[in-house]
Design a protein around this ligand. Structure first.
Ligand code: 5GP
Ligand code: ZN
Length: 114
């Protein structure tokens, strides 16, 4: 997708600090961390947001959660726990319009909306 920041990261046109990569999924550190560990997990396929998910993407979303579980183990924060956030659209506060899963870890999470 032209002019999509995360598609440019996937293509290597913009550098990132990679945490995990396979054929379908990329994970890298957030440039402006909101916790001691802040990792973004994204599908390599351009999906604008959760609102743009198609039926065929649902297997990929399951794989993303598998990758999150793997990363939590490898990075050593599985046992202490962590938070996964997906912002969707305007009211969800989504700024980058390429579906991404925030992993926040390394501290006790504060404010809870739910
Ligand atoms: P959103 O607000 O869309 O849910 O999250 C977008 C996230 O992307 C933010 O946490 C922001 O810090 C991160 N971000 C924006 N630009 C870049 C970048 O160029 N590189 C990396 N690694 N993260 C970015
Ligand atoms: Zn994209």
């Amino acid at each position: 997708m032209e002019n999509c920041l995360f598609c440019k990261i996937i293509k290597g046109e913009i550098p990132c600090k990679k945490v995990y990569e396979d054929d379908e999924i990329l994970a890298f550190y957030d440039i402006n961390p909101a916790a001691p560990i802040h990792i973004l997990v994204i599908p390599k396929k351009h999906i604008t947001s959760l609102a743009h998910l198609e039926k065929e993407d649902e297997i990929l979303i399951g794989k993303i959660y598998g990758v999150i579980n793997k990363i939590s183990e490898e990075q050593g924060f599985k046992q202490d726990g962590y938070r996964v956030i997906v912002n969707c659209g305007k009211n969800g506060g989504q700024q980058v319009m390429h579906l991404h899963f925030h992993i926040l870890a390394g501290k006790q999470m504060g404010e809870k909306v739910l």
